[in-house]
Design a protein around this ligand. Structure first.
Ligand SMILES: [Zn+2]
Length: 81
């Protein structure tokens, strides 16, 4: 009966306390510089059954080669990667 949950992806996780796969709450725990840390809490007993870090690459600002207007042309750098 528990094998019919395939389509739920990460919304079901195995809980040690309940002894079976349980529906979980996805709870945003921390916002990291490179992503967001989610905690999964069992909806049956409320214990943490897992976590994941979701990378947010979109937070990196678009880096454009900014020219410093004060610098003379000779020290101006080309785009360095
Ligand atoms: Zn549980």
């Amino acid at each position: 009966m528990e094998k019919t949950y395939d389509q739920f992806r990460a919304s079901l996780l195995y809980c040690n306390k309940c002894g079976r796969a349980m529906p979980v709450w996805e709870h945003l725990l921390l916002i990291l510089p490179d992503g967001e840390l989610y905690d999964y809490l069992c909806q049956g007993c409320g214990s943490s059954v897992g976590s994941k870090t979701e990378k947010t690459s979109s937070k990196v600002a678009v880096v454009t080669s900014q020219r410093m207007p004060n610098l003379p042309l000779s020290t101006r750098q080309q785009k360095n990667k």
